[in-house]
Every structure is written in structure tokens, then in C-alpha cells.
Design a protein around this ligand. Structure first.
Ligand SMILES: [Zn+2]
Length: 231
């Protein structure tokens, strides 16, 4: 009987989640946690796959020995951008169990609940172990070099106000835009009158002191609401 504690499963996942986008990592851990509550034991079998590795995989069964395992050439899988994971389920003895049964549907449901797209829903070629999170980016956009925005930077200064410039202003602007506030110059890193107006509107909507200054309380609400829309 192997150790099927949640900690063990989370620990096991770490290795395979290397080079996977941070937000997708978070979702993978959440998937493991939520499924665990339903006695479904998930291991991650694959995360990031380089374009080179994908090419090799695509060759298998075509120009190299073995059977065909993928229809995606290098650059044509979300795995190549760290935005997809594959899972396997363990039975009560901790052995990988590929029987397709209701546990897979359950795992799929859990994944979708936390915002992942599930390969088991695909019409043509069902891919039960596969989950992805695309940030709304198509594969051709990713191939052309587009990247999901990083949400991991943190604003460190205490007060940000009218007239300020720089990365921290830009980060605040991005969050405001994401939350539906329109900014005249976009996220240009300049705290001008349009940003001031948006900050005040945000503060008003959240019953904060409407002073147009981004201090700790406004920041906390910004992050909180922003994260809610991301997860
Ligand atoms: Zn996959």
C-alpha cells in the first residue's frame, strides 16, 4: 500500500510542473486538491514539452518506430508553451489506472470548475488526460511569439498617485483595464487624469475612500478582484 496522502500527491506534481506557467501550475495543484476531496488521486504525467520534444513525439509512428501518439507538430500543442498538463489517475494502491470510468468525468468537471479546458470534451479526438489554460491565446498567436501576461509581479511602493510613472503604474493600469475600466492611453505607465478617474471609480465601487491615490487598501482590493477573475 503506497502513501496516497494529499501532500505526497502535491509533492509528486512539482517536478512535472517545472516550466509550466505559474497560473497553470496553481490550477494544477488546485485540481489535485479538489479531486482528492472526491477520492480521486491525480498525478501529473506531463507539463511543459519543448518544440523539439514535440517534433520527436510527432515523428513517432510516422517516421520513427512506435505508434502514433499525437496529431500535433512542434509548436502546435499548448504543452509547448507551458499552458497544458496531462494527468493520470491512481487506484487505491497507488498504481496508475487507465480505465476510463466516471472518475475521469469527475476529474474533468473539477478541472472545468477551476477554469481549465478539458480534452475529454473534445469532439474529434478525446484526450481525457489533457487540461489546458490558454489565456484566450490561439496556437498561431503563441507561435508568433505572443505571451500570456505575467500576473506575478507585485507593486511594492506604498502610495501611487497622479503624476507617477513607471512599471508599478502600468501594472495597476493593467488590472484596472482587466476589470473593465477604460483608460484613455491604455496601460502606458503614466498616471494621468484618465487613470485618476478610473482609480476613483474603482474606489467608489468598492466603498473605499475616494481619493484617487492607490494605497495599500486600494491595492489589496485591486489584487483581490483581479485574482478573482483569473481563477
Ligand atoms: Zn496533453
Amino acid at each position: 500500500m503506497s502513501d496516497l496522502s494529499l501532500d505526497k500527491l502535491l509533492k509528486k506534481a512539482e517536478n512535472k510542473l517545472q516550466n509550466v506557467h505559474e497560473i497553470v501550475q496553481e490550477k494544477a495543484y488546485e485540481l489535485i486538491r479538489q479531486a482528492y476531496k472526491e477520492s480521486i488521486f491525480i498525478v501529473i504525467t506531463e507539463g511543459f514539452r519543448s518544440i523539439e520534444q514535440q517534433h520527436k513525439l510527432y515523428s513517432q509512428g510516422r517516421t520513427t518506430p512506435g505508434s502514433i501518439v499525437t496529431n500535433a507538430k512542434g509548436g502546435y500543442s499548448y504543452h509547448n508553451y507551458g499552458l497544458a498538463i496531462d494527468i493520470a489517475l491512481l487506484d487505491n494502491n497507488g498504481e496508475v489506472d487507465w480505465t476510463i470510468d466516471r472518475r475521469w468525468n469527475k476529474a474533468g468537471e473539477v478541472g472545468k470548475r477551476i477554469g481549465l479546458e478539458w480534452g475529454g470534451d473534445w469532439k474529434s479526438l478525446k484526450d481525457y488526460p489533457h487540461f489546458q489554460y490558454t489565456f484566450g491565446l490561439s496556437l498561431s498567436e503563441l507561435r508568433s511569439g505572443k505571451k500570456p501576461e505575467k500576473q506575478t509581479e507585485k507593486v511594492s511602493r506604498v502610495l501611487i498617485e497622479y503624476g507617477d510613472r513607471g512599471n508599478q503604474v502600468q501594472l495597476i493600469q493593467r488590472m484596472l483595464i482587466h476589470l473593465g475600466y477604460s483608460l484613455f492611453g491604455g496601460a502606458d505607465g503614466i498616471f494621468g487624469s484618465s487613470t485618476l478617474k478610473a482609480v476613483k471609480a474603482f474606489q467608489q465601487a468598492l466603498y473605499l475612500q475616494v481619493d484617487g491615490i492607490v494605497g495599500p487598501k486600494t491595492l489589496e482590493k485591486l489584487y483581490g478582484n483581479f485574482n478573482k477573475t483569473m481563477f
